[in-house]
Every structure is written in C-alpha cells, then in structure tokens.
Design a protein around this ligand. Structure first.
Ligand SMILES: NC(=O)c1ccc[n+]([C@@H]2O[C@H](COP(=O)([O-])OP(=O)(O)OC[C@H]3O[C@@H](n4cnc5c(N)ncnc54)[C@H](O)[C@@H]3O)[C@@H](O)[C@H]2O)c1
Length: 357
C-alpha cells in the first residue's frame, strides 16, 4: 500500500505520524512510504533519516495526499486539508469529532474512510492509542509541578525530594488511573510523600501493591480531599469519567485551606478540568495565580516532549498501521479493535457516540 505522512499544520504540533523506525518496519512488507519534506523536524527526525529508512520525500502536501492511500497523521485535518482528502483515502489519526461539526462535515464530504486513534478500543475497554499520552502527561505533571514549587517560579520554595533532616514534600494525586499512577510513580521515585485518591477501591488495592511505601491511598470523598489539601505542596488532578465532563473536586473557596505557593496541576483540563478555578493554558503561558495558588493547566502536555511522544505514539499505532496496510481496509475492519476506531466510511458517520446525539 502507498502510505503518506503529512507535516502537521495545527498550531504548536511538533509530533509526526510515523517515525523513521516505523517506516523501516513498513518497507519490509514492500509498502511505499511518502513523507512530506520536514514533517519530522519538530520531533528531531530529518528528511535524511526518513530516506535512510526507505521513505520517499515529497515536497508539497498536495503531492503527498495524491501519492498515498493510507494517510497517517497525529492531529485532525485542518480546513485546508479537507479538499485534499478523497474517497480512496484511509485516514488514521486523532480526530475528536465530537468537538467540531465543521471537521465532521469536511470528512463526511471527502468520502474518505476515517479511523480515529482515540476510539480504537481493546476487548477489555482500554484505549491503547490514548494510553501513551496519559503516561507522558502523568510523568510530566510531577516535573512541571516540582518546577513551579520552586520560589523562582512563584511556589513555596520547596525541593520535591527534600533532603535528610528536612520534612518531606507532599504530593496529592486525585484519580489513580494511567495519569495518576504515572504521577505517583514519578513523585515517589523523587522521594516525595504521595497520596493517591480514587473512587475505585480495586484500583486503590492494586496501587498499594505495586507502588512503593511512600505512596498511600485514600478513598475519594469530600472530607478526605479537604483534609489532604491543608498540607499538600503539589496537587495533581487526574480524574476521568469516560464520555463526561470531569467532576469538580476542588472549589474556589477550598483554595483558602491551602498554603500560599501550593501548585495545582490540572491534567484533566482537556475534559473541562477538576478544579473550579482551572482554565486551559498553553506551553507558552502555562501558569496563572488565583488567591496565591499556582495553576498549571496545559491541555496538550505531551506537546512539550514531541520526540518522546512521537516514539510512544508510534509504538502503539504501528501494529494497526501494519494491519491496515497488509490486509487492506475491508479485512482490517474485521479486527474489532480497528472497527471501534472507524468514525466515518463512505460519507456516513459510524461513530456510535455521535449517532446518539
Ligand atoms: N492535559 C493533557 O495533556 C492530558 C494528556 C493525557 C490525558 N489527559 C487527561 O487526564 C485525565 C485522566 O486520564 P487517564 O488516562 O488517567 O484516565 P483513567 O480512566 O485511566 O483514570 C481516571 C481515574 O479517575 C478516577 N475517578 C473518577 N472519578 C473520580 C472521583 N470523583 N474521585 C477520584 N477519582 C475519580 C477513576 O476511578 C480512574 O481511576 C483524562 O481527563 C485525560 O483526558 C490529559
């Protein structure tokens, strides 16, 4: 199959659909891979890396789309790309159709077959192409939180690891799923005292078993959360109710309970955030202060580490890219995981969540 990798044109997006290593895997099966010139630059992959891996570099985005049948991207196509998509194309990328009617209409009109990373689903209900971004965001949340805890960045002036003879720094993680577990692992590894709060008691049982002894678990209720706020230095919001807005777990009035310079990192901001005072920020202006409390609410945290994020994403997407390319779309859709990813086919919406609305 002819596979195309366009350069991402969404603002601040530095990831790329296929890494040179993924290209090498695809050419083994005699697939032809076309990469738009400089598509990998933001992730540190140069044209020559792709050529060495067996790809053909294509100058313009128009030539890229006309050379390939399977288009592997990261972000949803932008308006200027809608007209480049034709009915023979298979588009494989993050789509988030629910957030844009214009995008949905653009893709429906193109006639292309559109498979969304975020709805590819395993039999156990897990979302394998969202998971690596949650791992990254969870780990980054502690790095960012510990940075803003420093006095120079407006925080309390505490070192996350502390030192012998000085009281430990305390990290509260609300939500013990993928983001929360990675945050707890990172913070505990740095020597902080960590508390993970979750509503799912079985998840808390598992975390108690797999995380080190400087991580404690607590059931999620209002009283437990308020008690923890008093002495926490970094508070990480990592809750998710699938398909719904994040629950509001810290209210504006609660900020008074916290010590000035406490850092809130609301990772759940992409689902509306779980702190009342959260509003989405960008990597270029990531924090703001409300009543002496620092808020970090970047909605695309993996965007600051595109090299790691591209490689992690490729590790997860490549098996599906290979399956679609090797079998063709009709056979590949017999795999229920890929079928769940199908959002649009032959100008029809096939995503159940959207059909219900
Ligand atoms: N900002 C970013 O760049 C970024 C990147 C990746 C993921 N995210 C977001 O991070 C959030 C967490 O993602 P995840 O992959 O860890 O989800 P997950 O489903 O693995 O974990 C969510 C956890 O929240 C718990 N939870 C639900 N309601 C709760 C409550 N009231 N109190 C305490 N815990 C509660 C669930 O039991 C679950 O364990 C999501 O909103 C996701 O979209 C953001």
């Amino acid at each position: 199959m002819n596979i195309g990798v366009p350069k991402e044109i969404k603002a601040y997006e530095n990831r790329v659909g296929l890494s040179p290593s993924s290209v090498s895997e695809l050419v083994i099966f005699n697939h032809k891979v076309f990469v738009q010139s400089e598509a990998g630059n933001g992730s540190g992959f140069l044209n020559e890396d792709y050529v060495n891996a067996g790809a053909t570099i294509v100058k313009s985005i128009e030539d890229l789309y006309s050379s390939a049948q399977l288009i592997v991207k990261v972000k949803e196509p932008q308006e200027s790309e809608y007209k480049l998509l034709k009915s023979n194309h298979i588009l494989f990328t993050y789509l988030h159709l629910a957030s844009s009617q214009t995008l949905t209409d653009g893709l429906l009109n193109s006639g292309a077959t559109c498979i969304a990373y975020e709805t590819v689903e395993k039999a156990d209900g897990s979302l394998p192409l969202l998971l690596p971004m949650s791992e990254i965001a969870g780990r980054l949340s502690v790095i960012e939180g510990s940075k803003y805890l420093q006095k120079t960045f407006g925080g309390k002036g505490k070192l996350i690891s502390s030192v012998p003879g000085v009281a430990s720094t305390k990290v509260l993680v609300i939500g013990g799923g993928i983001v929360g577990t990675n945050a707890a692992r990172m913070a505990s590894g740095l020597g902080a005292h960590v508390t993970v709060i979750d509503k799912n008691i079985n998840r808390l049982r598992l975390l108690e078993e797999i995380l080190p002894p400087n991580v404690k678990t607590l059931y999620s209720n209002r009283k437990n959360i308020l008690n923890e706020l008093r002495h926490s230095d970094i508070i990480i919001g990592a809750v998710l109710i699938p398909g719904a807005q994040a629950p509001m777990l810290i209210q504006k009035a609660d900020l008074k309970i916290m010590e000035p310079g406490t850092v809130l990192v609301d990772v759940a901001i992409d689902q509306g955030g779980c702190f009342e005072t959260s509003k989405a920020t960008t990597h270029y202006d990531p924090v703001y202060n409300v009543d002496g409390i620092i808020h970090y609410c970047v909605a695309n945290m993996p965007g600051s580490v595109p090299r790691t994020a591209t490689e992690a994403l490729n590790n997860a997407t490549l098996p599906y890219v290979l399956e679609i390319a090797n079998k063709g779309i009709d056979e590949a859709l017999k795999n229920s995981e890929i079928k769940k990813g199908l959002n649009i086919q032959n100008g029809n919406l096939t995503l159940k969540a959207l059909l219900r609305h």
